[in-house]
Design a protein around this ligand. Structure first.
Ligand code: DX5
Ligand code: ZN
Length: 219
């Protein structure tokens, strides 16, 4: 599975999102990670599908939409129509996960499930045969700039084992920086979300450094 860097727009300058996403694309990131929060599933509020649609056209790389909302089912159509290329939903949400996955797939885009740090990894098992990706949260969802939870590497390894040979991406999200990236890669992550580390300072240098670390792990 080709490694992917998905930059979290949560750490972009929201007065200049289009500019920052263009800079990210030019720096060589593969995907834009869009963190959607509703102030209910998590104690923070970010953006809805209309806002996403507004800056979707600023770049041509895929949009990886992470729904941290209690009722994703009612919003999947709008995010898909707004330009999402993949959508992930938390297994802890209040809607039926299978119904969410079917709705995502009805748009012909990639579908995945997310598990928060306190959710047993076995919660992904019922979905393994119908999904494109599994996102393992390495922080409690809600805010950028948190520290990588040390138990995340063992959790990634356990999910990797459950995935087996299935063509499912293993995404890690939260606290990924130059120090924690090697551990996440060693644990099997192939899809790397990072916000605060990549957006801090020179984005091109940061992405290059990520790529060097990734290359040294995939040789
Ligand atoms: C947290 C979000 C993450 C977060 C990543 O709820 O899902 O995508 O923004 O940001 P950093 O890389 O700063 O931990
Ligand atoms: Zn996220």
């Amino acid at each position: 599975m080709k490694p992917v860097i998905s930059i979290s727009m949560l750490s972009a300058d929201f007065a200049h999102v289009g500019r920052d996403l263009k800079a990210a694309e030019a720096a060589g990131v593969d995907w834009i990670h869009v963190d959607v929060m509703d102030g209910h599933f998590v104690p923070n509020i970010t953006i809805g599908p209309d806002q996403m649609k507004n800056f979707r056209s600023s770049v041509s790389i895929p949009f990886d939409v992470h729904l941290m909302i209690s009722h994703p089912l009612s919003y999947i159509d709008a995010f898909a129509e707004g330009g999402a290329d993949s959508i992930t939903v938390h297994v802890e949400c209040e809607d039926d996960t299978d119904a969410c996955l079917s709705k995502i797939k009805s748009h012909g885009i990639k579908a995945g499930v997310v598990i928060s740090p306190d959710t047993p990894v076995t919660a992904v098992e019922p979905y393994l045969d119908g999904i494109d990706m599994i996102l393992v949260m390495s922080v409690y969802p809600g805010f950028g700039g948190q520290s990588y939870l040390p138990q995340s590497s063992e959790r990634l390894k356990a999910v990797k084992t459950l995935i087996g040979k299935r063509p499912i991406r293993l995404e890690v999200d939260g606290g990924i920086n130059f120090d924690t990236l090697p551990d996440a890669l060693a644990a099997g992550a192939d899809t790397i979300v990072s916000g605060s580390c990549l957006f801090r300072g020179n984005i091109k240098n940061n992405v290059d450094q990520f790529r060097t670390i990734i290359d040294s792990h995939t040789k």
